[in-house]
Design a protein around this ligand. Sequence first.
Ligand SMILES: [Zn+2]
Length: 171
Amino acid sequence: MKAFNYCPRCGHEGLDWSESKRWTCGRCGFIYFHNVASAVGAVLLHCDEILLTVRKHNPAQGMLDLPGGFVDHHESLEQALSRELNEELKVVVSENEWCYLFSFPNLYHYAGITYYTSDLFFLKELEAKPEITVGDDVADAVWVRIKDVSPDRVGLDSVRSALRELQKVKR
Ligand SMILES: [Zn+2]
């Protein structure tokens, strides 16, 4: 990945990107690790239906997604998921209500940079459908029967893998 051409410390041209996740400067010794970022996704179920969002922005604008997003600094996975769910849909789920399901790696291409993420998915089964207010970061939210979700309409590889897993167990 050639996103960075100059050393941010000394300005030397030609940062070395030879070790897949590490940039190094041959002049001043600067090292930057492009480490894996954590992201979380919510599997909200009501009977045999799952709550999906429609992506408002790229990557994968207009494609289906799960509610969720990147984990902030100093935040637990569960806190991040409750925060994202509230920001995106104004749905409140407490951080201690999430049940961990599985994780999948993902590549997230944004503004010329490829982020390597570890996407972790958590379940919350709902007795009733909550009231939803779509926030600024998503285009729409829809309830879909799990078996009717078409993988082709899902934007991110990790979310597609998660939905395939759910379709296996909920068939
Ligand atoms: Zn340098």
